[in-house]
Design a protein around this ligand. Structure first.
Ligand code: TXA
Ligand code: MG
Length: 352
């Protein structure tokens, strides 16, 4: 591990994301020098470095302790920039991205031959997205660089939706953080392999399956085979236990009675050992018995059925509950509809 650096902190409001804003100018300069900056996007914070600079890419993997087999997403601010990292957009893909970009959709394209190989972990495709966050896009445009940016957490941990989350994992390992407040969507982008027919949904995320199918017709959903080494998977990052709190995550059916029953059981067994039980609690779901149970730590997750709100709060909730002394986090599992699909995916990987 490299010597610690002083991580500089810049603040900016999303509505102030002009190209002359001093925080943007300063962070663009750091990126041009090959430095690393944690940046806000509409999904989660990303750890950005120039996608064209092999040394910067190596530092991203080191700071995150990310295995070299897990490829990065490259972020662009406009369509012209794609030519610097990938082959031209196929015509049928152009319609799709014109509908969802800028926004939380990542697509796979054939990579440009000069792109440093570690960016794609040696794959022939590169994952590309145009973020909707004004600060992210302004920064990419001012730096005039396509930015490789995985989520700004240490590998395997919960993704960061605030600057505080980023600093807990990466303070002293990166040159700067650009703090624009909490992210709005709260789960990562949808990753879609558009080079296949039908397109293959590799990671459910901010753009829902329903939205995609409305735009392009039926798509397939990838399910990672069990007992395969991650490096051998179609999308390597989809494997492993991920988004993972230290505490054990126990998932229950998305029904109030199932949640209450799980709380009763866990409080009884864990309480005996003096351990805390934590719960991601939908509004109005806890009864008096649960509310007055000693040893229960509660996070008010939001309104069940409002998947947008639950997605916004998911990672801060898991981080909030993951405290010393908390042995188990109980969480009801949303159905496979809308953003519920992304919520299920993150929770099931946290529980693996
Ligand atoms: O919302 C997001 O996508 C955030 C923000 C910062 O943009 N970024 C993000 O990056 O979530 P990361 O690195 O945490 O997740 C990228 C995922 C990984 O699961 C990786 O394996 C997959 O995308 N991926 C990247 N390039 C790929 C490729 N060429 N083929 C298949 N999967 C790829
Ligand atoms: Mg990640």
């Amino acid at each position: 591990m490299s010597d610690p650096v002083n991580t500089r902190r810049f603040n900016i409001r999303p509505q102030d994301a002009a190209s002359r804003h001093p925080a943007i100018v300063e962070c663009a300069a750091i990126l041009k020098r090959g430095g690393l900056v944690a940046i806000p996007t509409e999904t989660v914070y990303g750890l950005a470095g120039s996608a064209l600079d092999a040394a910067a890419i190596a530092r991203i993997f080191e700071a995150k302790e990310r295995p070299s087999w897990d490829p990065l997403i490259v972020h662009v601010s406009d369509f012209e920039m794609i030519a610097r990292i990938a082959a031209e957009l196929p015509a049928n893909v152009r319609t799709l991205v014109e509908r969802f970009w800028p926004g939380p959709l990542t697509i796979l394209l054939k990579r440009a031959s000069h792109l440093p190989l570690p960016v794609t972990a040696g794959l022939e495709t590169v994952a590309v997205r145009m973020p909707a966050h004004t600060v992210a896009r302004s920064l990419i445009a001012v730096a005039n660089l396509p930015l490789a940016a995985p989520s700004a957490n240490r590998f395997g941990r919960t993704s960061p939706t605030t600057a505080e989350h980023v600093l807990l994992d990466l303070d002293g390992r990166i040159d700067a953080i650009l703090d624009a407040g909490p992210t709005s969507i709260g789960v990562e982008s949808t990753v879609l392999d558009v080079l296949r027919t039908p397109p293959l949904l590799l990671r459910p995320g901010g753009i829902t399956r329903e939205q995609l199918e409305d735009a392009i017709g039926p798509i397939e959903i990838y399910s990672a085979p069990q007992r395969v080494q991650p490096e051998a998977l179609t999308s390597p990052g989809l494997a492993a236990r991920h988004y993972a709190p230290q505490a054990r995550v126990v998932l229950v059916n998305g029904q109030q009675e199932a949640l209450l029953e799980a709380i009763r059981q866990q409080v009884a067994t864990e309480g005996e050992r003096g351990e805390y039980v934590a719960v991601m609690a939908p509004e109005g779901w806890l009864d008096q018995a649960a509310l007055s149970a000693g040893g229960l730590v509660i996070f008010d997750w939001g309104t069940w059925g409002d998947w947008t709100q639950l997605a916004q709060n998911l990672f801060s909730g898991l981080r909030y509950l993951d405290k010393p002394g908390v042995n188990v986090i109980i969480c009801p599992l949303p159905p496979e509809e809308g953003l519920g699909l992304a919520l299920r995916d993150r929770l099931m990987r946290a529980a693996r």
